[in-house]
Write a protein that binds this ligand. Structure first.
Ligand SMILES: NC(=O)c1ccc[n+]([C@@H]2O[C@H](COP(=O)([O-])OP(=O)(O)OC[C@H]3O[C@@H](n4cnc5c(N)ncnc54)[C@H](O)[C@@H]3O)[C@@H](O)[C@H]2O)c1
Ligand SMILES: O=c1ccn([C@@H]2O[C@H](COP(=O)(O)OP(=O)(O)O[C@H]3O[C@H](CO)[C@@H](O)[C@H](O)[C@H]3O)[C@@H](O)[C@H]2O)c(=O)[nH]1
Length: 464
């Protein structure tokens, strides 16, 4: 296998942008071109003002500044970048299907297939094609079938290299990954392709942390990792409800069980429910694959993780209504946070969207402050649910750029994202500006409950 001199990544999103920036930073001798059909996204990646990068990730701007224009390029010239590259990453979106067979469950692979067809059409020299997107197990077979039928003599090797970064910590996750997983064909050519990708990561990741497997184990491991992680959140959230009914404290329980080294302390934070573009989509995909294979018990087992998450979101919204004397009609409920977690501007599947939707059904007026999410994004998230007209959503959901304005004259505050800054607000000032009794529903257990109670707030947390 010749040395890799040029990489193309199709898809300049939350994964393609940061991963390629780090690959370029650590491999200054390799030219890395990230391409996308979305012209605005590419223009934003190329903006000289680094605060305009299309995604917010702490530390991303420095890496882009270091590598962009040196060996990192963002472009809409997809064909040229494909043809020039020795290695092509497919990092396009794979959302849950919204139509046809598998609707609401299976992954929609149309964008991935389009990439494979485009590579097949354009390539004039041998390529290694790397699946970076999260894909159902055995997708490599379909990609291979498309690529192998071009009839132009070009040879392709397909690798699976799922991404495990979490948003908000993407740059540190990429710089110090727990492991890098590379799956490939167990043939001499397949092994050479694996070796080529191992060398790229080897520029900064210790070889002992680069795990190589067959294609199918690698594809499946990505879905399984997310299923296990989400299962922990649903497990602790299930226990949070039990805690509320028994005067146990979910944080004490989480600490007590997490000190068992077999369980471990991470990912045991009870919350209003997990969000993000991956957990729900990937578990639904796992459930769909299991059902398709006739493994109904396996499917039901994993589906319960989603059922519990939906329950936790509904429970949070219902609890607000019941505490506000069973009606929120015409009342102002202020949201702190809209993003699915702190330190990201991503709102996909954020619990805030579903809680807002449920409260608007009850005719509440929602006023939101999030340090990184725009008003347009919030409206579009709500409109996407198709519960009511866009005009109605606009009258019920207002966004403020000053948190104190968002909270002024509110009957209740709901914390939906765990942004650090919320802890440091002037809570006395907030209390004075609210309608009494002033309620706080902390969906992230981030605020100092005792301090708030001493001020006069009625405070409800998760699992306490
Ligand atoms: N977001 C995460 O934290 C994360 C982490 C690990 C894995 N993943 C997986 O990575 C994949 C990408 O996720 P994302 O969050 O980066 O998605 P994203 O929507 O942010 O980015 C995907 C990009 O691909 C572009 N695109 C789609 N089809 C294209 C085509 N034919 N040619 C050129 N560009 C095209 C889109 O315009 C978009 O900008 C998904 O499979 C996801 O499950 C995501
Ligand atoms: O103890 C916890 C941990 C997380 N969450 C919530 O779970 C969601 C997901 O959080 P996290 O996993 O940190 O962020 P993601 O960016 O969605 O990352 C997940 O999904 C990515 C996409 O596949 C994977 O690459 C990552 O490894 C995996 O952690 C968020 O809403 C969190 O608030 C909790 O409620 N409690």
């Amino acid at each position: 296998m010749k040395t890799i001199k040029s990489i193309c990544c199709i898809g300049a999103g939350y994964v393609g942008g940061p991963t390629m920036s780090v690959i370029a930073q650590k491999n200054p001798n390799i030219k890395v071109t990230v391409v996308d059909l979305n012209q605005q996204r590419i223009a934003d990646w190329n903006d000289q003002d680094l605060s305009k990068l299309p995604i917010f990730e702490p530390g991303l701007d420095q890496v882009v500044e270091e590598a962009r224009g040196r060996n990192l390029f963002f472009s809409t010239q997809v064909d040229e970048a494909i043809d020039e590259a020795d290695m092509i990453f497919i990092s396009v979106n794979t959302p849950t299907k919204t139509y046809g067979k598998g609707v609401g469950m299976a992954a929609d692979l149309k964008y991935v297939e389009l990439c494979a067809r485009q590579i097949a059409r354009v390539a004039t020299s041998d390529k290694i094609v790397v699946e970076k997107s999260t894909l159902p197990v055995r997708t490599a077979q379909a990609i291979k079938s498309i690529l192998d039928h071009t009839g132009n003599g070009v040879k392709f090797q397909i690798l699976s290299n799922p991404e495990f970064l979490a948003e908000g910590t993407a740059m540190t996750d990429l710089a110090n990954p727990d492991r890098v997983l590379i799956g490939g064909e167990q043939t001499p050519e397949g092994k050479k392709a694996i070796e080529a990708l191992v060398n790229i990561y080897g520029a900064w990741v210790p070889k002992t942390q680069i795990l190589t497997t067959n294609l199918w184990s690698s594809e499946l491991s990505k879905l399984v990792a997310n299923a296990f992680l989400a299962q922990r959140v649903s497990s602790i959230n299930a226990i949070s409800e039990l805690c509320e009914a028994t005067e146990a404290n979910v944080e004490e329980v989480a600490k007590a069980i997490g000190m068992d080294s077999r369980i471990g302390p991470k990912f045991l934070k009870a919350s209003v429910g997990f969000g993000g573009s991956c957990f729900q989509k990937d578990i639904l995909n796992l459930v769909y694959i299991s059902k398709s294979l006739g493994l109904n018990e396996v499917a039901d087992y994993w589906e319960q993780v989603i059922i519990m998450n939906n329950h936790q979101r509904n429970r949070f919204a219902n609890n607000i209504v019941s505490n506000l004397y069973n009606t929120v009609s015409g009342k102002k409920i202020a949201f702190l946070g809209w993003a699915f977690k702190k330190d990201t501007n991503d709102t996909r599947e954020s619990a805030a969207i579903y809680v807002a939707d449920k409260l608007i059904d009850e005719q509440a007026q929602i006023s939101v402050y999030d340090p990184k999410v725009s008003a347009t994004q919030m409206q579009s998230d709500l409109n996407y649910l198709n519960t009511r007209t866009e005009t109605e959503n606009k009258t019920y959901l207002k966004t403020k750029t000053d948190p104190y304005k968002a909270l002024e004259s509110a009957h209740a505050i709901a914390v939906l994202t765990e942004w650090d800054e919320f802890k440091d607000y002037d809570w006395q000032r907030i209390y004075e500006a609210m309608i009494k009794p002033a309620f706080v529903f902390d969906g992230r257990n981030v605020l100092d409950q005792e301090q708030l109670k001493a001020i006069g707030f009625q405070v409800q947390s998760i699992g306490k």
